[in-house]
Design a protein around this ligand. Structure first.
Ligand SMILES: Cc1cc2nc3c(=O)[nH]c(=O)nc-3n(C[C@H](O)[C@H](O)[C@H](O)COP(=O)(O)OP(=O)(O)OC[C@H]3O[C@@H](n4cnc5c(N)ncnc54)[C@H](O)[C@@H]3O)c2cc1C
Length: 435
């Protein structure tokens, strides 16, 4: 029988594993890891396949935890939820909602698996909120020897250090089997949006991020405008966010934006005019009040590519200006919004926000004549500003460039050798970044 290829959501990553496995419980994960190790083979776990990077790719054994999914327990008193690792975020959000609970923060979509999302440092926005992985208070991890480690932040230093490493671990320390997350009472958010001229946004966006619980900014190149979205908890009546308007947003993203992107691909010189058209129709003052998860999430975007770097906050204005100058000087046609989000400092060894508050600056582009040149130029600027890549998005830098940016890099590699002495969890991706 021909082997079945694995292709990610964006269709920019593809591999042909020698075998695929779908264990349905922790005992089956343990047995699989032991068997793969005994044969001197390797495996990678895939979540929902929503990374742009090759983090989940392998040509050896590919393991999906789609059958190891579901809510294990909801502890209303301690505000904690335990899930099997393959659970999709949208199922977790729905289950929490049914209990009158919610996640503290969330990214733009909820299609990811919980383990896959935390493993790459997935984040929402808000300078008082860390990456999603910082909401993890306990985890069960199947190591490269098939041992099950129960890690908890209640258990003192040893377990805590390992938990910090495992929170953002790219599948390198083991297969996460179960996760316990901190949650909160369900809450509503009021989102206000307005547009600013580019230079004013570059100058003030970090200060604005300090004023609001959740702030993001969308800069649409060639328009000179940046749309700011500021969301804060509220008890005001819900407004401006009916089921109909959500459906309309989905339809626009499935039909209108792909058509505009297609037109720009055929006629690259039209991209600036098309962006101005989109900016005129979309940017401006808006207000809505809704459930927190519906404000955090946006309608699924059309297929496109993303690179993203976490930057120190003081670098933001100059990196934005440099990027704008590069687009103009090299006459690049950038057909998508560029996004700025904000994340609190954390203690996870490989997190882009390790030890520093960060602006996650996302360079987004649907494949086009200029996408390679744009991503290469963006990455050079982000690296020069001491940026650290989002592990789930495109990045071309290797371990030699990246290692010095993470104070606990060596410690992470030592833990990886200790927990996975026979390199069961290696792939071309892990070799590129860890050697
Ligand atoms: C449309 C879209 C919107 C997005 N929005 C955001 C956003 O708002 N914010 C943000 O930060 N990112 C965002 N991302 C990126 C996305 O959140 C990450 O790439 C995330 O890691 C994908 O989760 P996944 O379940 O698909 O994992 P995969 O991509 O399948 O895997 C990611 C990594 O996790 C590892 N892994 C998966 N499961 C396990 C496990 N059980 N044990 C150990 N390792 C495991 C894999 O080996 C791999 O290294 C977005 C992606 C898309 C496509």
């Amino acid at each position: 029988m021909p082997r079945q290829p694995f292709v990610n959501w964006a269709k920019n990553q593809r591999s042909v594993p020698i075998a695929r496995h779908t264990p349905a419980d922790e005992a089956a994960i343990v047995a699989l890891v032991r068997e793969v190790r005994e044969r001197g083979e390797s495996l990678r776990v895939v979540g929902a396949g929503h990374s742009w990077s090759d983090a989940a790719l392998t040509d050896r054994h590919l393991v999906s935890l789609d059958r190891h999914a579901g809510i294990v327990a909801v502890d209303r008193e301690r505000l904690r939820v335990t899930v099997k690792a393959g659970t999709r975020l949208f199922d977790l959000v729905a289950a929490l909602h049914a209990h009158g609970l919610a996640l503290e923060n969330l990214g733009s979509i909820a299609e990811q698996s919980v383990a896959g999302a935390i493993s790459t440092g997935t984040h929402g926005t808000g300078l008082t909120h860390g990456v999603l992985a910082t909401q993890v208070v306990a985890m069960r991890l199947v190591t490269g020897t098939g041992e099950v480690r129960a890690l908890s932040d209640d258990d003192g230093d040893v377990s805590l250090e390992l938990l910090d490493a495992a929170r953002v671990s790219l599948g390198c320390l083991g297969v996460i089997s179960e996760l316990t997350l901190r949650v909160r009472e369900a809450f509503d958010l009021e989102e206000r949006a307005w547009s600013l001229p580019f230079e004013e946004a570059a100058r003030t966006v970090v200060a604005l991020a300090r004023e609001h619980a959740h702030l993001k900014a969308w800069w649409l190149p060639h328009t000179g405008r940046v749309q700011i979205f500021a969301a804060n908890p509220t008890s005001a009546p819900r407004a401006g966010a009916s089921a109909l308007s959500r459906r309309a947003d989905q339809l626009i993203n499935q039909t209108v934006f792909p058509a505009i992107l297609g037109l720009g691909r055929l006629l690259p010189s039209a991209v600036p005019a098309l962006n101005r058209l989109v900016g005129r129709s979309y940017f401006g003052e808006r207000r809505k009040v809704d459930r927190s998860d519906r404000i955090f999430n946006v309608a699924m975007p059309p297929r496109h590519l993303e690179m993203e770097y976490g930057l120190p906050l003081d670098a933001v204005p100059e990196v934005l200006r440099d990027l704008e100058r590069m687009i103009t000087r090299r006459r690049l046609r950038v057909n998508f919004v560029q996004e700025l989000r904000f994340v609190a400092a954390d203690a996870c060894h490989l997190s882009p926000a390790f030890g520093r508050e960060s602006c996650q600056l996302g360079a987004y582009m649907a494949t086009s004549r200029d996408s390679d040149a744009y991503f290469t130029g963006f990455e050079a600027m982000a690296l020069a500003a001491l940026g650290r890549p989002h592990w789930g998005k495109l990045f071309f830098a290797d371990g030699a460039t990246l290692a010095p940016r993470y104070p606990r890099w060596e410690r992470f590699c030592a833990l990886s050798r200790e927990l996975d002495p026979d390199s069961v969890f290696t792939s071309a991706f892990t070799r590129r970044i860890m050697g």
